[in-house]
Structures are given as structure tokens and as C-alpha cells.
Design a protein around this ligand. Sequence first.
Ligand SMILES: Cc1cc2nc3c(=O)[nH]c(=O)nc-3n(C[C@H](O)[C@H](O)[C@H](O)COP(=O)(O)OP(=O)(O)OC[C@H]3O[C@@H](n4cnc5c(N)ncnc54)[C@H](O)[C@@H]3O)c2cc1C
Length: 412
Amino acid sequence: MTQQNNQIVAIVGGAVAGSEAVYQFTERGVRCVAIEQNDLPYGKIEDGLPKWHAKQRKKEMAQIDTRIGHELVDFLPNTQIGKDLTVEELLTMGFSAVLMANGAWKDRTFPVKEIAKYEGDGFYYQNPFVYWYNHNEQPTYTGEQIVVEDNAVVVGGGLASIDVVKILQVELVSKVLKDRGIEISTIDLEHKGIPAALEEFNLTWDDLELEGAYLLYRRNVRNMPLASIPADATPEKDQKIRDTRAKILKKAQDKYFFRFKDQTQPIGIIEEEGSLVGLRMIENDLVNNKAISKEGTEYDLYSSMVISSIGSIPEPIEGIPMEWSTYDIKNEETGEVNGLDNVFGVGNAITGKGNIRVSRIHAREVAVYVADNRLPESGVDVDSVRTKVHSLQEKAGYKGDYPSWVQAKARE
Ligand SMILES: Cc1cc2nc3c(=O)[nH]c(=O)nc-3n(C[C@H](O)[C@H](O)[C@H](O)COP(=O)(O)OP(=O)(O)OC[C@H]3O[C@@H](n4cnc5c(N)ncnc54)[C@H](O)[C@@H]3O)c2cc1C
């Protein structure tokens, strides 16, 4: 039987997927090193899931802390694989296996390339935008400030794009109310919904004289990936889920008053005096659920800012083979990366689904598979690996006491 006390596994990324993998290994008596690029290992729980999900964020962070704080885990913060430590250096440290649990942090490139010059100045990608929303009021925040204006446009369609358009709406309404001497947080606005919150101040949406944000989707509402359709769904079930998608969108619109247009996509940008002032759009037909642009339907859509929320993919890391825009793996079940010895991908980096549960289950299945089948029978030199890890921890300013570290670094 494979020895467990002479194994040590590296896990890159300490969030939902990484901490689940850590848990599965430590439950089996296997040592882990959780390598995290940030000071704290919460990933999209802290930087993606909007801050109004306070209870869920707290619960997930507490679970991550329990797992990463386990006595069989060495935490290595502030260490980005591919930058602070190369893949080659990582793979030659002597680990029994390496699991890449590094999520999907690269926004898919916006289809209109010329917009790139306005990034941070009227054009924003979803990941930095949500990061700004979650962190900008914290005293430690040093990033750029984004000013939300009326009539912003979100190009997207998934659940995260609904959160983005909600952020725009609650930020906008909170700002407009503040100008009228009314203080209400964006979190309260999200919980109550805009009409109910306004009613408390004897106001209506019309009183605010706002256009509101605009969500644009290239296919139609019934194709929006707001609820997933199982591969074996009957035609009736398929229709029911598509109805549910339309209902989810309608409910969000009723509660947050954003506008929505489907079957349309950007084909250009509109610039005036060196500023981005809108998007050149075209309407789409749907042919076999595919969006096909209709010639002659081009139109101009003026807007104050543009946010791209068209999905995230894993960051390319030198030394990790890619296939198109994702890591090159043998199959999703094992997450095994082609061309590398005992390297596996887990969670959002592999599933492509922005979903906590899906990340967790995938990490669990791969970690159990690796623990049961792929650890080298003769074991590895755990002490030698840990000596190298300790010197990296020193470089990262980490002294080895996880609870004290978390307490010192906690932002919320
Ligand atoms: C706006 C928004 C709303 C969402 N809402 C929901 C929701 O309601 N329900 C739901 O289930 N899901 C939701 N999600 C998705 C969910 O948050 C994520 O899918 C999930 O948390 C991903 O977990 P993960 O561990 O796979 O990846 P991540 O959380 O991305 O973790 C990856 C970790 O790896 C680290 N890392 C990355 N690269 C490196 C590197 N090179 N070296 C070292 N460390 C690295 C990162 O810092 C991070 O800690 C939402 C996401 C967004 C953006």
C-alpha cells in the first residue's frame, strides 16, 4: 500500500477547490502545501461573489480557514506560480503530485479589439470590476476607483453578468440618493430591491430620472445560461428550464430596474474626442440556437461605460500546456494535465463553470483519485520539500502561524 506519511502534495490556489483538495488529502493523512498568490486564500469567495452575500462568504471563508489551517498543511502565501516560482521550479521541488486549483481569472477578450485602449477609462472587464465593488470601501484598498454613471452597458448573459448589472444599479441609486441627502448602502439596496427601498423614502424609480444600466445578450433570453439543462433532459424539461431562465431574468429586472436587450452584439466602438461613448451594435437571428448577425440592422448605442461580462478562463501559466483557452487535460474526471508528470487541474480552472458547488465536487473527486491511485509508491523526501517550502515562506513574510496571519491580514 502507498505510504501516506512520506507524501507531500502541492496545491496551487487555496480557495474553494484548493481547500477541498487539501481537506481530502489531510483526511487521508497526506501532507499538503497550499500555494496562494494572494495573502489570503479565499479566491472568488472574496473577490468574485458580490459582498452582499455576506453570510455565504463568511461561511465559506471559515471553512477554507479550517482546512488550510490544518496541522498537516504548510501555507505559502504571496507566491504566484508562473511569476514568483516557475512551473519548472515547482515541479522539481520533489512533490508527490501537484494540483492546479487556480481558478479562472482571465476575462475572455471582448470581441471588439479597439476597445482595449479604453480599459480602465470607460471600459472594464468583469473580474476587476467586481473586485473593485467588493473591496473599494476597505481601508486597505489602493486600486483604481471606478465611478458608476447612469446608462452603463453590460455585455454578457450568464449569472455573473446579472450580478454586474445589479452592482451598477445599486451603486447608481445609492449615489443619486446620497446627492438627495439619503444614505443607504448598496448592500441594503440589494437586499430590499430598488422599488421597495425607494418606497421607504416615498420615492419611485421615475422620481430618480435615471435610464438605468443595460444588459445585452447575443442570443435570446431562453438561451441565457441562468439555469443549466441536463444533457438527458426531456423536451418538456428542456422547455421548463428555458421558462425558468426567462423568469429569473424578469425577477431580477423587476427588483433592480435594469434594461435588457437580447439577440444583439457589439461590432465596433463609438468614440468622441478621444473618449469611449458607446458601442456600434448589430441585431442577431437565432439559427439552431446560434446567433447569426443580420446585415443591415447595425445601430449605435450610446453609453457612459461598458462592462464586458462574457466569461472567465484560466490564466495561461508558462509551463502548463494549453488547449485553446483552457489547460490541456486528458479528461475532466481525473483533471490530469497532458505532458506533465503527476500534475492535475481542479475546480473552476477545469470545469469552466463559475459555481462553488461544481468547483468543490470536482476538486473532491480528483483529490480522492490522486490520493488513492497516483501517489508514488515509494514516497518522496518530505523533509527536503518542506525545507524548501520554509525558505519560500520566509521570503513571503509568512511565519507559519496560519490563525495569526489571517487575523493580521483579514479585510472583513
Ligand atoms: C460576480 C460573481 C458571482 C458569483 N456568484 C456565484 C453564486 O451565486 N453561486 C456560486 O456557486 N458561484 C458563484 N460564483 C462563482 C464562484 O465564486 C466560483 O466559481 C468559485 O468560487 C471558484 O472556486 P475555485 O476554488 O475553483 O477558484 P477561485 O476561487 O478562483 O480560486 C483560485 C485560487 O487560486 C489562486 N491563484 C490563481 N492563480 C494562481 C497562481 N498562478 N499561483 C498561486 N495562486 C493562484 C487565486 O488567488 C485563488 O485564491 C460567482 C462568481 C462571480 C465572479
